[in-house]
Design a protein around this ligand. Structure first.
Ligand SMILES: [Zn+2]
Length: 751
């Protein structure tokens, strides 16, 4: 449609040019011959042929450009096409005169527009009329006046001015129609106004004998509809979506110049972007539904509030947000690294419509504020990334440098100089903060409460890039021992953790690292509870209706060397033991438990569907290793505070007496108005890592399992067999300054 319009206008303009050539009228854009005598400086005879050849080449270039253009977008087409008539007329009216303009006029607007059809028949006439005269001398070096056969001159400057306005108009009309379609602003009407006014004024301008009057008319016909449209569309927009406001223009130019390397106060950009830092779209597999929800939500009055609300809620990138709609406002809590923190309360006035729009987007019923319902939508949000690791490195270097300077002795002279140089370079290399975007799926769950409504927003976490067990936080030495266990011919490996402690991630990382080409792997999943699939591990599924005996028979027929069966139960375990009695099978499984000993106990008390307990002996003989982990929050590296550990504590932690022990803790709660760490937003922790306990089943544990299966006895036996407890593993992290004593205590005391 847009392309058509452009070509239409172009055709009209060209037709008018040509018709004017044959008439004797001196239109405003042509200067009279005698006015331009001073400029002509007719070239000497000898130069003419050479110049002509140049001009010829130029025409050929144009023709080549023209041949490529039809498929291109208009920005590319306009330039050569619009210049074409002038160039052609100057030099090669006979050969090229007809080519460029007629296809556009003929093919694109057959009888579409009466006004347009009229000048068309003039075209061939004018061409024929221009057949006779020989090409006029042209001097490409002096471009302003071009002599016409009727005795007038083209004023290139004036034509260029018109062309410039024309291109500007094309660009803005292009934006206008796209914008009108996007915001559903009756684009047909606005397009018709913008095009009609411009075409009419352009035609009149060509007829007018006064150039300046004509061009003023064209400019007005361009600007008036455009300004009217902008005012009309800005009326009911959120500030962030308004155009040509002061903020918008400042943002626009700030972006443009920052691209060419000029540093701009980021605030000039920020003010505009923060208003719409979250783009919300629907998220469902059914394409039609997705579009419908998007349109409905977009039309809702609360949609912009929803975007603003989500942008605000996601500022600290929480895992989830809980909104409590109560009489006096909306109470907000954020889940960060597994801990709930209070957030800024919201006002009902904007939150209610925002929630309605959000529900529509998620395919939920916006009116229902009582029953439990849930849905999903997608968010793409923008955040400021200011290279925290690089900044931290600089800060640490600076601190070290300051310390060396304080000491001020000759021995550290070399180090000081090197540090100074490194520091200078690091500061130079530190990139400017930049806007980054990230996508997430938001799962919205709502339910009525006694005081109002509770809404939970869960944001899908970005995929973690863990490749080896060490990445999960497991100690190198432990990882080196756990990973080879997958090569055991026979036995049971148990991965365990309380819910929400990254157990499945650790198992998947370990499985990913195994060699699935050397050994046959297979996974067994219940249909209703599928697990993440690791590449090259085929999955067998079963339903609740299937008999476990049959399922296991079918599964083991595949002869897997390693069987991955998560969420173990008694029925499956008994079948596994039967199979293991006949064949070498390694079983990898998961059990929810607080520590490794508890995982073993939970396996011991399993019963199958008929109520038969599993054999203690078989558990004791077959289980080779139990991995159990807890996620612990890591101290924020940007604001953690060193503290001297009291000697008693240091000794309790296992440090030799008399040694000075430095531990770290989060900074004290900032006073009202005091600036908080921008990295952790004053929480003191950022990110999590795992404390991993690995229990290799040794003779002591085996004995306890067979004889007196009690938790305390198992824990003691595990230590006796040379294993470290969760607590001991946690202390390693405290001593390294990765986490704090308080956090470790919180994790270990959690039930
Ligand atoms: Zn911090």
């Amino acid at each position: 449609m847009k392309r058509f319009l452009i070509q239409l206008i172009f055709a009209v303009a060209v037709a008018l040019f040509l018709s004017f050539q044959t008439s004797t009228s001196t239109a405003g854009i042509f200067d009279e011959l005698n006015n331009n005598d001073a400029h002509t400086e007719a070239p000497a005879e000898g130069e003419q042929t050479a110049d002509n050849a140049d001009a010829h080449d130029a025409v050929d270039d144009h023709a080549a450009a023209e041949a490529e253009t039809p498929a291109d977008d208009h920005a590319a087409t306009e330039q050569p096409a619009a210049e074409e008539p002038a160039a052609n007329e100057e030099t090669q009216p006979t050969e090229n005169g007809e080519n460029p303009e007629t296809p556009a006029a003929d093919s694109e607007n057959p009888g579409e527009n009466a006004e347009n059809a009229e000048p068309n028949p003039d075209n061939p006439d004018s061409e024929e009329a221009s057949d006779a005269p020989a090409p006029e001398p042209v001097d490409p070096g002096a471009p302003s006046p071009v002599k016409l056969k009727n005795g007038g001159y083209f004023s290139i400057a004036k034509i260029l001015a018109l062309l410039f306005i024309y291109l500007l108009w094309v660009k803005s009309t292009d934006w206008l129609s796209a914008d009108a379609v996007h915001f559903k602003k009756d684009w047909k009407k606005w397009n018709a106004i913008a095009v009609g006014a411009f075409v009419a004024s352009f035609a009149i301008a060509l007829l007018l004998p006064w150039f300046w009057a004509g061009i003023t008319l064209v400019i007005l016909a361009y600007l008036v509809p455009f300004i009217l449209y902008v005012r009309y569309r800005n009326e009911d927009m959120n500030p962030a979506e308004m155009v040509f406001t002061r903020d918008h223009l400042r943002h626009f130019f700030a972006e443009k110049i920052s691209k060419i390397g000029v540093k701009v106060d980021p605030k000039a950009k920020d003010k505009f972007t923060t208003g719409c830092a979250a783009n919300l779209t629907s998220y469902t597999k059914i394409e039609r539904q997705r579009e419908m929800r998007r349109i409905q939500a977009h039309a809702h009055e609360g949609f912009m509030d929803a975007r603003k609300m989500i942008a605000e809620l996601m500022t600290n990138q929480p895992e989830a947000t809980m909104l409590d709609f109560a009489a006096n406002g909306v109470n907000v809590r954020h889940l960060l690294d597994g801990v709930w923190h209070p957030g800024e309360p919201l006002e009902r006035e904007t939150s209610d419509p925002a929630l309605e729009a959000l529900k529509i987007l998620c395919g939920m019923n916006p009116q229902d504020r009582r029953s439990k319902q849930s849905g999903e939508c997608e968010v793409e949000y923008t955040y400021q990334y200011d290279f925290p690791d690089e900044r931290l490195a600089i800060r640490q270097m600076q601190e070290r440098y300051d310390k060396l300077m304080e000491e001020d002795n000759d021995e550290n002279y070399v180090e000081r100089r090197k540090l100074k140089e490194d520091l200078r370079r690091a500061k130079e290399d530190l990139p400017q903060p930049e806007q980054r975007t990230r996508k997430a799926i938001i799962t919205v769950t709502s339910q009525g409460t006694q005081t109002g409504e509770r809404v939970m927003l869960q944001y899908s976490a970005p995929k973690m890039n863990f490749h080896v067990l060490e990445d999960t936080g497991m100690r190198d030495k432990l990882a080196e021992k756990v990973q080879p266990m997958f090569d055991l011919p026979k036995g049971i490996m148990i991965f365990s953790a309380p819910v929400g402690n990254g157990m499945k991630t650790t198992l998947n990382v370990a499985l990913n690292k195994t060699d699935r080409f050397q050994r046959e792997y297979a996974q067994l999943d219940k249909e209703s509870n599928p697990h993440e699939v690791v590449e090259n591990i085929p999955v067998t599924t079963y339903s609740d209706a299937d008999s476990i005996k049959d399922v296991m028979k079918r599964f083991f027929l595949k002869e897997p060397a390693v069987s991955v069966i998560q969420d173990m139960d008694g029925s499956i375990l008994n079948e596994c033991f039967k199979e293991m009695a006949m064949d070498d099978r390694l079983i990898v499984t998961t059990i929810r438990a607080k520590d490794a000993s508890e995982a073993l106990l939970r396996m011991l008390v399993m019963k199958d569907a008929e109520g038969n307990p599993v054999s203690r002996e078989k558990v004791a003989d077959n289980v080779k290793v139990v991995v159990c982990q807890r996620l612990v929050r890591k101290l924020c590296n940007h604001c953690k505070q060193p503290v001297k550990a009291p000697p008693a504590l240091a000794q309790a932690l296992g440090f030799p007496a008399g040694r000075e022990v430095i531990l770290y803790q989060p900074p004290a709660k900032p006073a009202e108005g005091e600036e908080v760490c921008s990295e952790c937003h004053g929480i003191g922790y950022k990110g999590r890592t795992a404390i991993t306990e690995v229990l290799f089943v040794g003779p002591t544990v085996q004995e306890v399992l067979k004889k007196a299966p009690k938790l305390e006895l198992l824990q003691k036996a595990a230590v006796k067999d040379g294993n470290r407890s969760l607590r001991e593993e946690g202390i390693v992290l405290v001593a390294k300054g990765i986490t704090s004593i308080q956090e470790l205590k919180r994790i270990l005391d959690a039930q």
